[in-house]
Design a binder for this molecule. Structure first.
Ligand SMILES: [Fe+2]
Ligand SMILES: [Fe+2]
Length: 320
């Protein structure tokens, strides 16, 4: 795994210190006001009940499938614990990616108000790395970064413009995070996790807003060619994240193998019933939301990256 990423994104000075963006100034004020402390604002003493899952079964797609119903009670609990650790591990690694990316944004965004805001996000992401690491230690189980997640984070870190970094991180990865945290607030059975995702989701909403405010202003000033390149970058990033086209997506098998499920049965595990478990859940009246159609794609639209040129591709992939 590549641990060192090269980028040609320039670091810029700015000697005009006055801001001309009240929306970003306001977001900066909110970011300073709403800082929280992992050691103080989370009650780490609250314990999960012995017999409860991290995520409630009624709000977990896979737990509602026939496949799951046929597993032994122990395997069911182990599988759900592994899937929770796997998902939260990806968030931990994703938070580190966000931390590194925001450091780059402090350097590369051209305005002072953008640099100051991005600096608050650096601290937010440090806190998110800390909080998920601490929670995973409590679960006593963690997983390495998924190849697909590492690939998209590397592409964002290697991108040579702040605009591409912000589209990849603030608009796509953080919309995905914000939507998933919203769903996790509904899913979480462990009150400790519920309190963590609530605070983290508030920060992520700000980070998405940062991308929207800066890019809504920036993209109309860009050339047609540069805007098209940015649109293509967004489409490539979303394809990696969702495993569309030639992309393999996130590996999902390890939590099943670790729960003792026979590797030969894995083809059954990825039977459409399991693969589509979350979609089925959304259709069943759950209050959870689709992160793709309610967060990621609409936010691309807000910043003007869903032109008539690219929109048919999203329609073709079933994302619109
Ligand atoms: Fe974060
Ligand atoms: Fe974030």
């Amino acid at each position: 795994m590549d641990l060192q990423i090269e980028t040609n994104c320039p670091t810029t000075w700015k000697f005009e210190y006055e801001s001309d963006d009240p929306a970003l100034d306001n977001l900066y004020e909110i970011a300073k006001r709403d800082q929280w402390n992992v050691s103080v604002d989370i009650d780490w003493e609250q314990d999960m009940r012995e017999d409860s899952d991290v995520f409630g079964r009624a709000e977990t797609g896979i737990a509602r499938t026939e496949f799951f119903g046929k597993l032994s009670k122990t395997t069911q609990s182990d599988l759900l614990a592994n899937i929770a650790a796997h998902t939260l591990s990806q968030f931990l690694h994703g938070e580190q990616g966000a931390l590194l990316c925001c450091g780059q944004l402090v350097n590369s965004v051209p305005t002072v108000e953008g640099k100051l805001y991005a600096a608050t996000q650096v601290m937010d992401e440090a806190r998110h790395v800390e909080v998920f690491d601490r929670y995973l230690n409590k679960l006593d189980k963690s997983y390495p970064v998924s190849t697909a997640l590492k690939k998209v984070l590397d592409a964002i870190l290697a991108a040579d413009s702040w605009q591409a970094k912000s589209v990849g991180m603030n608009i796509l990865v953080e919309s995905l995070a914000m939507g998933t945290f919203y769903n996790m607030m509904i899913q979480a059975e462990d009150p400790l996790l519920a309190s963590i995702v609530k605070l983290t989701a508030q920060d992520e909403a700000r980070h998405v807003n940062f991308g929207i405010i800066s890019l809504m202003k920036e993209i109309p000033r860009m050339s047609e060619e540069d805007t098209a390149a940015l649109e293509d970058f967004g489409l490539a990033a979303i394809s990696i994240l969702l495993g569309l086209g030639d992309e393999v997506g996130f590996e999902r098998s390890q939590p099943f193998l670790d729960a003792g499920i026979d590797p030969d049965d894995l083809k059954n595990v990825f039977h459409p019933q399991i693969r589509d478990a979350d979609i089925t859940l959304l259709k069943s009246g759950s209050k959870q939301r689709s992160v793709v159609t309610e967060y990621m794609v609409p936010n691309l639209g807000k910043i003007g990256l869903l032109s008539d040129r690219i929109k048919p591709k999203y329609v073709e992939m079933g994302l619109i």
